[in-house]
Design a protein around this ligand. Sequence first.
Ligand code: NAD
Length: 251
Amino acid sequence: MSKIPVVVNGALGKMGREAVKAVTEADDLDLIASIDMDDDLAETLSSNKGCVVVDFTHPSCAYKNCETILDAGAHGVIGTTGLTEDQFQVLDKMCADKKRGFVIAANFAITAVLMMRFAAEAAKHMDRAEIIELHHPAKADSPSGTAVKTAEMMALSREAAGLPDFEGPESEKELIDGARGGSHRGIRLHSVRMPGQLANQEVLLGAPGQTLSIRQDTIDRSCFMPGVVLACRRVRELDGLVVGLDRLLFG
Ligand code: NAD
């Protein structure tokens, strides 16, 4: 059986280097190019129609890269965060029009996917929720894509159950601007950036007399790679955009 041709974009970065290693080690994947900032993505893809592009670059170029990949007739496995809801909608339509398999996942770690699922389930049964995410200091965007996706999944889970968005109590007086963090559909989001952290998240939920904490810790960037390899294997069979690993993992 012929191997799946894969291009890694952002190959010199922390995630890109892991992806190059994972693709090289997978028997059924063929690393045909590893490129970075100084290379031309469109030109690389011009002679590799139908290949899979793994993208771990920067939020500022995530959308443009997706467009370039789609225009080139390739499939995307996008780990780069920072895409807006509007951009997701445009990409969804582009993928549907082209019937092109494409995967965008804010977090390729199985424990993160499970944490989001458990949080979405718990959201239906609790009165308040806040999310604290902790990352390494070089992370470009805040809050993390995973935190926003978690909040969105929790809100959608409540919506499906006929429940309103969470409504947090606001501080009567915020002595320091931002002390209560950002907010997405009534869920407060707090971003911690410090050395020693890689990518961790805790979802705190509360109801009278009880709390629930759902925490996910990333120890090493290798944790993202089984998800990336799985997406590379499956993306060409899809006929549109899949956001998150859930559908690939759980059907
Ligand atoms: P990094 O800064 O270590 O690496 C980014 C690389 O992309 C660098 O080599 C940089 O030169 C390159 N780059 C920047 N702009 C480019 C462009 N226009 N074209 C080609 N290459 C370009 O960052 P990182 O820690 O590897 O993270 C990369 C992205 O992946 C971030 O958005 C981060 O949030 C995200 N991320 C996602 C997951 C996930 O599971 N989805 C996990 C970790 C990080």
